[in-house]
Ligand binder design. Structure first.
Ligand SMILES: Nc1ncnc2c1ncn2[C@@H]1O[C@H](COP(=O)(O)OP(=O)(O)OP(=O)(O)O)[C@@H](O)[C@H]1O
Ligand SMILES: [Mg+2]
Length: 312
């Protein structure tokens, strides 16, 4: 990673009518860095991406892509590749044919096209499907071809909007590998995601946007350590769905429902507390199927940040 950011956003402000959506956002992303932009629905993430792509003029503040404003200098946009959330490929055409079309559209010269396509196929691990019509590809391959289409012109900043929507776990890992490979070639990667697990595993830095402001930023592990110190997360998977009494017992133990029949809480004294919890629950006739103790995740941090909003 070098120190000079390829993307600089200073004090970005934007309103739709009278509704302020960006309220002074700063953002820097450096070559060789993966930055994940997180935040609840309506936080302003897509609006910020729109500003970075030069789609509208900011109410205040500045965007610079390698020093140039993408709104006033459309050429600056050639330095970025945008992977849209919707798959934007031609289903009846093969992977290679799609990439040739997208290459021409993104201004790759005819004589450079074949090597650009070969490189994009290689970097996205899609070369083994180059002659397959896109409509026959799995969701994971389609996502990767979507990325291939966005990097043909050799952008220095790659922006991905919700890259894991509709992608299963195996395909997601393949996608993460592709994103890491691109980062390792020196591309700066900006991901907008609701997938906190992916962000925690992949991002060098994350930023939380909330109500148009960046409220937290840093390396995932460092942020988690700062927020939770020695606390561990205790996860309790119950055997059978608890009835109302069961639920109130679990709640009384400080456990909150995560998803399905999985309950969780944070505790300074992780393993001991988990053992005590197990004994107490069993004595009350609530039999856990599994109890796990693990370090807190970005998910915990995200809930904490969401709670600040409620407290404010
Ligand atoms: N074209 C528009 N006109 C008016 N309001 C808009 C427009 N686009 C977005 N908004 C509003 O601006 C706010 C921020 O929207 P934005 O799409 O940037 O949020 P987001 O963080 O990307 O959310 P999500 O996670 O749901 O994609 C929302 O309240 C949204 O309703
Ligand atoms: Mg959005």
């Amino acid at each position: 990673m070098t120190d000079r950011p390829i993307l600089n956003v200073w004090n970005a402000e934007h309103a739709y009518g009278t509704r302020k959506v960006l309220r002074g956002v700063d953002l820097q992303v450096r070559p060789g860095e993966i930055y994940a932009l997180l935040g609840p629905n309506g936080a302003g993430k897509s609006t910020l991406i729109g500003a970075i792509c030069g789609r509208f003029k900011l109410g205040a503040g500045e965007v610079a892509l390698d020093g140039e404003d993408p709104f006033t200098t459309p050429n600056a946009r050639a330095r970025l590749g945008l992977v849209p959330q919707e798959i934007a490929l031609y289903g009846h055409m093969t992977v290679r044919e799609n990439l040739e079309v997208f290459g021409r559209l993104s201004g790759v010269r005819r004589r450079d096209l074949s090597s650009a396509v070969a490189l994009a196929l290689y970097l996205t691990r899609t070369a083994d499907r180059e002659h397959v019509p896109v409509r026959h590809l799995s969701g994971g391959y389609r996502r990767r071809v979507n990325i291939a289409a966005a990097i043909l012109h050799g952008p220095r900043l790659l922006i991905l909007d919700e890259p894991t929507v509709g992608v299963d776990v195996d395909a997601r890992e393949a996608l993460d590998t592709v994103i890491r490979n691109l980062r390792d070639t020196g591309v700066a990667v900006l991901i907008v995601t609701h997938d906190l697990e992916q962000a925690g595993a992949l991002a060098d830095r994350v930023g939380f946007l909330r109500e148009g402001r960046k409220v937290l930023e840093g390396a995932p592990r460092a942020l988690i350590e700062q927020a939770f110190g020695q606390e561990m997360e205790i996860l309790v998977q119950m055997h059978i769905e608890p009835d109302m009494d069961g639920e109130s017992i679990l709640a009384g133990e400080g456990l909150e429902r995560r998803k399905g029949n999985l309950w969780a809480r944070l505790d300074q004294d992780g393993y001991n507390a988990a053992a005590q919890l197990d004994r107490r629950l069993r004595s009350l006739g609530l039999i856990p199927r599994e109890i796990r103790v693990r370090a807190p995740s970005l998910q915990n941090l995200f809930s904490l940040v969401a709670d600040w909003r409620r407290a404010a």
